[in-house]
Design a protein around this ligand. Structure first.
Ligand code: ZN
Length: 195
């Protein structure tokens, strides 16, 4: 393909090849190996919107990995387990309406929103969040639907420990349909959640 080469000062043909580079992400040096467009005449790497964007996303991915931040696909997994849209999840957490859309699209999140999203992976935290802010920030239907999903997830988590009943801070109780129980686990878990 042809593109303008600022070094040759004319339109030239380019070819694509891999390069290694260090990109600064929030002040941190991140090494990447990415594909770039090179001038066929002078051999220098030229600006290419798509390839350079891919390289930046790659650097963000690595930055998240190094710093223990959630990747976009993890954020999506946490959100969709409660059947929440990107806009609803963002509103529930008190973010701007487009924030989750941007994160899932590859934008780099800060530590504080990252921690909040991370905590929402635990259905017990999601239930607390929905009870406190659900109907203030979402519709009643959205809140009820997400609550039902969170409770179902909670039950499937608890069933791993054969727990038969849990009381949640006077809000409600849940009763899995299981007959066998392990009293040790049950006592521990109930104390843990009824604090
Ligand atoms: Zn050139």
């Amino acid at each position: 393909m042809t593109t303008f080469c600022e070094y040759c000062d004319k339109f030239v043909n380019t070819h694509i090849k891999e390069y290694s580079d260090t990109i600064k992400v929030k002040g941190q040096d991140i090494e990447i190996t990415a594909k770039g467009a090179y001038c066929n005449e002078c051999g220098k790497r030229l600006f290419d919107r798509d390839l350079d964007n891919d390289a930046l996303l790659m650097a963000y991915h690595k930055y998240r990995e190094i710093n223990g931040l959630l990747q976009p696909e993890e954020i999506k997994r946490i959100r969709t387990q409660y059947d929440l849209s990107q806009a609803s999840f963002a509103k529930l957490l008190g973010f701007g309406e487009k924030t989750i859309t941007r994160y899932e699209g590859g934008s780099l999140q800060d530590e504080a929103p990252n921690s909040l999203i991370f905590l929402m992976d635990n259905p017990a935290n999601m239930i607390d969040m929905l009870n406190k802010y659900g109907e203030k920030r979402l519709t009643k239907d959205e809140t009820d639907q997400a609550l039902a999903k969170a409770k179902a997830l909670m039950l499937s988590e608890l069933s791993k420990y054969k727990i038969t009943s849990i009381q949640f801070k006077d809000h409600y109780s849940i009763q899995p349909s299981m007959s066998q129980s392990n009293s040790e686990w049950r006592r521990t878990k109930v104390e843990c959640y009824s604090r």
